[in-house]
Design a protein. Sequence first.
Length: 468
Amino acid sequence: MAFLSVFPPTKVPVFSSSANATPKRSSKSTKTISPSLSHAIAPTSATPKKVLVPVGYGTEEMEAVIIIDVLRRAGANVTVASVEHELEVEAFGGTRLVADASISDCCDETFDLIALPGGMPGSARLRDCKDLQKITSKHAEENRLYGAICAAPAITLLPWGLIKRKQTTCHPAFMDKISSFYAVKSTIQVSGELTTSRGPGTSFEFALSLVEQLFGESVAKHIAESLVGFQEREELWHLHDTNPIERHALMMIPADTCSRRKEFNEVQWTFDHIPRVLIPVANGCEETEVVTIVDILRRAKANVVVASVEKSKNILASQGTKLIADKLINEAAESIYDLIILPYLWKTARFILGGANGAERMQKSRVLKKLLKEQELSGRLYGAVCSSPTILQSYGLLKDKKSTDHPAIVNKLNDVIDGAGVVIYGRLITSKGLATATDFALTIVSKLFGHARARSVAEGLVFEYTNS
């Protein structure tokens, strides 16, 4: 199956302005050019499974993107459908997603799975969409797989009568809406064709459960291993043959469970203003990492700017998710940031865009290089996820500093710390990758705002937060 995504040429939506202004460097004008992009995804079967993921205003972006990301990794043909009048949707935390189609275009389609992300008012927007209700009700009547996470089981499926006499879980804030006889507090609940889960912090387990039901255990295992990046997680799979839900949860635990994070050369990350964070992105960026970090930092009330190093704000991420940045990097560079974070970019993503892929554009961006150099010289914060610490090293920004990287390329760094998913060294923070993105973001929250704020954010995510 070849997956082709092209942005609508007639309209380029813009993120809503942040409430807190960022200090300016200088005044410059920028020009936006829409790219033409294509992304090939390897199939797992001759007839790929068709999946519908509807989104609306206020959909929880972590949940939507993780579901899309994981299912596409498994080889599913995922259609992201907007229940709004336009394809562009502003999610719960301000991330702008561009859907593949309008929900009205899906009315005559037959899907193997319909997966509803949660969030508010996103779940209510899905509930009130008559086309989606008709599609999902018919789908359920035909005994096809469907699932919902977070608020969606209680706010969307319950009024449609689609959780009747089924054991169901959902976000703790909405559990009282479900009959106490059928309400369960498990991370994942599979009741016949229905699968439900609790929140952003359980999205990986939810998506992996759907993969196993669609494609089988071996595919789910393969995807789980690729997400974690540690081959040594295989033994956990075999230890829990009779409990696939527990198995998925364990597969998502980083191999170095002895410590989620380690800190060296400790310094305080405190400010007398709302912290300003810059996250540069390019085509091929890992959508789950970007959206997870942005969502969590915004939940903590940081002022986050997503800046494209491409010629357009339109970004096609590694698994085909379409995002829209707040600014172009030239415009973003006019301001000063307390923290700059580099997400992971796939060097193997098949993008045709002026002969260079996103990873190359990120590394060769003179504007970004200057920003990062100034960040270090000024004693401000910076960090990177997965393989992006190698970009920092190429700029000389890891000299005499401890860090971590994706297990496959840690030998490219000079002073790598094993035994932790997240490593802090003074004003530098690095992380191993996808499975540690939530810990990475919550660690930043704890450094900027304290453990109480981080714990509060984690509770809303339904994610276990620890101080170590």
